[in-house]
Write a protein that binds this ligand. Structure first.
Ligand SMILES: Cc1cc2nc3c(=O)[nH]c(=O)nc-3n(C[C@H](O)[C@H](O)[C@H](O)COP(=O)(O)O)c2cc1C
Length: 324
C-alpha cells in the first residue's frame, strides 16, 4: 500500500502545474550601483549548523519504490556534484519493511555530503535512531502533515503521540533535528507548540507549490480542496515569524526560481528547500540537470547584484514591500 502511495504521489506531483503564489507579491528594492563584481558574491550559509556553499537544498521526496530508488540515485548524484544538502523522503516504509532500505541507502552511496533523514511524528526515538543509522545521515527532519493525513483515505486519525514523540526525539537524538511541514505551512500556534517541545529549527514549508491536499484528493477521488483554506503561503508563514529570534528558520513550498530563493532569504529563511523543481530535473540527463543547477546558481548571484548585497546575511537588510 505505502509503496504504491509513493509512486502515486510522484506521478501526481509531476502533473501539478507551477502556481502563481505569494512570492509574486513580494518586491525587493534594487540598485543600479552595487559596487561589486559577480565574482565577489558569496552564496554560502548554514543548514542545521553545517556550512553549505549555496543557500538551497533538495527537499524531502522519495524512497520506498523502484521509481523512488531511481529518483534518489539521480538526486543524490546531483547533490554530490554541487555539495547540496539532500533531505530524504519518509523512511517509515523501510522501518516497516527492511527490503526497502536500499531505496534510501542509494542516496548515501552516491552523496558524500549532507544527507538528512525524514520521519513522521509517529516514530519513537528508537525508530528515529534506526532511520539515521540506515543512511548514516547528518541530521533528522520530522514532517508534520496533519491535513494530508486527514485527506488520505488510509491516513492517520490518532495524533495523541505526536507531541511526546517530537519532544523525546529532539531532546535525545545525537544529530541536528528540525520539524518541517509538507506544503501547507506552519501556523504561529504550531510554531509556539514546537518551541515548547524543545524544537530549535523549522522548515515552514508553505502553500504555493506542491499541494498534498490536491494530490490526496486525486488519489481518493474525494474533493478536499476546501481544506486549502487552512493552508498558509510560504511568504505569509515567514512574515508571521519575522520577529522570531530563537529558531533557525528554513523555507520551502512553491520555490520556482532563483528570485523566490532570494525573497525567502530576505524574509528571514537561512536556507531554502526545493522539491518540485528538483523532481522535474530527474526527467533530464545528468548533464542537463547539472547545467540547470549551474544556471540557477549564476542567476542567484545576478539577483544578489541587483539587490546590491554580497552575502546571504546581508540580504536581511534588503528593503521590501509585500502586496496584501
Ligand atoms: C513527490 C513528493 C513526495 C514528497 N514526500 C515527502 C516526504 O516523504 N516527507 C516530507 O517531509 N515531505 C515530502 N514532500 C513534501 C516536500 O518536502 C515539500 O515540503 C513540498 O513538496 C513543498 O515544496 P515544493 O513546492 O518545492 O514541492 C514530498 C513532495 C513531493 C513533491
Amino acid at each position: 500500500m505505502i509503496k504504491n502511495r509513493k509512486d502515486e504521489h510522484i506521478a501526481f506531483a509531476f502533473k501539478q502545474g507551477i502556481r502563481i503564489n505569494r512570492f509574486d507579491d513580494v518586491f525587493l528594492e534594487s540598485t543600479d550601483l552595487p559596487e561589486m563584481s559577480i565574482e565577489d558574491i558569496d552564496l554560502s550559509t548554514t543548514f542545521l549548523g553545517y556550512d553549505i556553499p549555496y543557500p538551497f537544498y533538495i527537499n524531502a521526496m522519495t524512497g520506498g519504490s523502484l521509481k523512488a530508488t531511481e529518483i534518489n540515485e539521480f538526486l543524490s548524484k546531483l547533490a554530490n556534484h554541487f555539495n547540496l544538502p539532500m533531505v530524504l523522503g519518509s523512511q517509515s516504509i523501510a522501518i516497516k519493511d527492511a527490503s526497502w532500505e536500499s531505496s534510501f541507502k542509494v542516496a548515501r552511496k552516491h552523496h558524500n555530503g549532507l544527507l538528512i533523514s525524514n520521519v513522521n511524528p509517529n516514530f519513537t526515538l528508537e525508530q528515529a535512531k534506526k532511520a539515521i543509522q540506515m543512511v548514516d545521515s547528518n541530521g533528522l527532519s520530522i514532517h508534520i502533515n496533519l491535513i494530508q493525513e486527514l485527506s488520505m483515505a488510509e491516513g492517520d486519525r490518532d495524533f495523541r503521540l505526536w507531541n511526546d514523540n517530537i519532544k523525546n526525539i529532539v531532546s535525545n537524538i545525537q544529530v541536528p533535528v528540525y520539524v518541517k511541514q509538507v506544503g501547507q505551512g506552519m501556523s504561529l500556534q504550531t510554531v509556539q507548540k514546537l518551541k515548547k517541545l524543545g524544537v530549535k529549527a523549522i522548515d515552514v514549508s508553505g502553500k504555493g507549490g506542491t499541494s498534498f491536499i490536491e494530490i490526496e484528493s486525486n488519489r481518493s477521488k474525494t474533493d478536499y480542496s476546501y481544506l486549502e483554506s487552512f493552508s498558509i503561503e510560504t511568504v505569509d508563514a515567514l512574515l508571521n515569524l519575522k520577529d522570531e529570534t530563537e529558531l533557525d528558520i528554513y523555507a520551502s513550498g512553491g520555490i520556482r526560481n532563483p528570485l523566490d530563493v532570494i525573497k525567502a532569504l530576505t524574509l528571514g529563511a537561512k536556507a531554502v528547500g526545493l522539491s518540485k523543481w528538483f523532481l522535474l530535473l530527474t526527467e533530464l540527463s545528468m548533464e542537463e540537470a547539472i547545467q540547470r543547477v549551474e544556471q540557477f546558481i549564476t542567476d542567484l548571484k545576478k539577483i544578489m547584484l541587483i539587490v546590491g548585497k554580497q552575502n546571504i546575511k546581508a540580504l536581511k537588510e534588503v528593503k521590501y514591500t509585500v502586496k496584501s
